[in-house]
Design a protein around this ligand. Structure first.
Ligand SMILES: [Mn+2]
Length: 315
């Protein structure tokens, strides 16, 4: 079987890259493959590059030794692409890819057509980290490598909730847990942790929510005064709508964020066949069937009335 060992054999320069706007799977896969290859080939010059590591994953490269800001000027022996479904998603690193002597891609996107010389693309896998695990020798996976792979898997599966999770995913996660990683800590820090300000704003918003249409619709408002009172920023609103959505009996959740005088940014979530993107598009916004948004003008009362009319129409 070909694995990372065979792939990187003889390569003196190895460049690892992920896609634009990197997520946990992409960063985790880059860190895991860096550490693994460094262990196998300590004399090789290995570098990893992503556009920007999200702050929440900073702990995976605590000494800032893995990720580089600058791209190599000379052609590299091996370019390893992770979690990127097409070449153009590499951004600036595409130039390095084009001149590399050997290219390999590890991915799980169904849309990946195999643009590298060696392609390890498994659409049945939950994450690039899961595919990557299959290319590693179990006994070489240490705690640090396990940590990075585990992060990738939990981020792409929403902690094993999405349908992309398979029995195999769980088996791999189990073997990574056996490496002694503090798996409970990651879930808190990457998913559930809120600042105190966010906790207060969430509580206040939920407390003042209203149910309409026999409890099928839930509406809550975040006013400018509330943000000011708690010293909160716009990004602190994130996640509130999801909490509203999981209220029992709710089909559509609405969160109105007051952004000006009689002006609201409206977020919508649907739990049923109600297509909130249609409603959002009608009011000049957009989104997906189950998650959409738009900006609306008028009194709170008018905005809610206008939207619920469209919800009722689809019921
Ligand atoms: Mn992924």
């Amino acid at each position: 079987m070909t694995g990372l060992r065979e792939l990187a054999q003889g390569a003196k320069t190895i460049f690892i890259a992920g896609h634009l706007r990197p997520d946990g799977d992409c960063v985790g896969a880059a860190v895991a493959s860096y550490r693994y290859l460094k262990k196998l080939y300590p004399d090789a010059a290995i570098h990893a590059y992503v556009e920007k590591v999200p702050e929440v994953f900073d702990f995976l490269d605590p000494d800032h030794t893995i990720f580089v800001q600058e791209l190599p000027k000379e052609p590299v022996d091996l370019f390893l692409v992770l979690d990127s479904s097409s070449k153009d998603r590499l951004g600036e690193a595409q130039a390095v890819f084009d001149t590399a002597k050997q290219t390999a891609c590890v991915d799980h996107h169904v849309s990946n057509l195999g643009y590298a010389k060696d392609n390890f693309v498994k659409p049945g896998c939950s994450s690039a980290c899961e595919v990557l695990y299959g290319l590693m020798e179990e006994e070489l996976i240490d705690e640090k490598i396990a940590e990075a792979l585990y992060i990738g898997i939990i981020m792409d599966t929403g902690v094993f909730r999405y349908s992309s999770t398979t029995p195999k995913t769980m088996e791999i996660a189990g073997s990574l847990m056996e490496k002694g990683i503090p798996f409970w800590k990651y879930i808190d820090e990457c998913f559930y942790q809120r600042t105190y300000t966010q906790t207060q704003l969430l509580g206040r918003t939920l407390l003042t929510s209203m149910r309409l249409m026999d409890g099928k619709v839930i509406v809550a408002t975040v006013t400018r005064r509330m943000l000011e009172f708690y010293g909160a920023q716009t990004e602190d609103i994130e996640g509130i709508i999801d909490q509203l959505r999981v209220t029992k009996g709710v089909e559509v959740a609405l969160l109105l964020h007051e952004i000006g005088d009689q002006e609201y940014k409206v977020s919508m979530r649907s739990n049923t066949t109600i297509d909130v993107s249609r409603i959002a598009v009608y009011f000049g916004g957009g989104g997906h069937v189950k998650a959409a948004g738009c900006t609306m003008r008028g009194s709170l009362h008018d905005v809610v009335n206008n939207i619920t009319e469209h919800i009722e129409f689809q019921m």
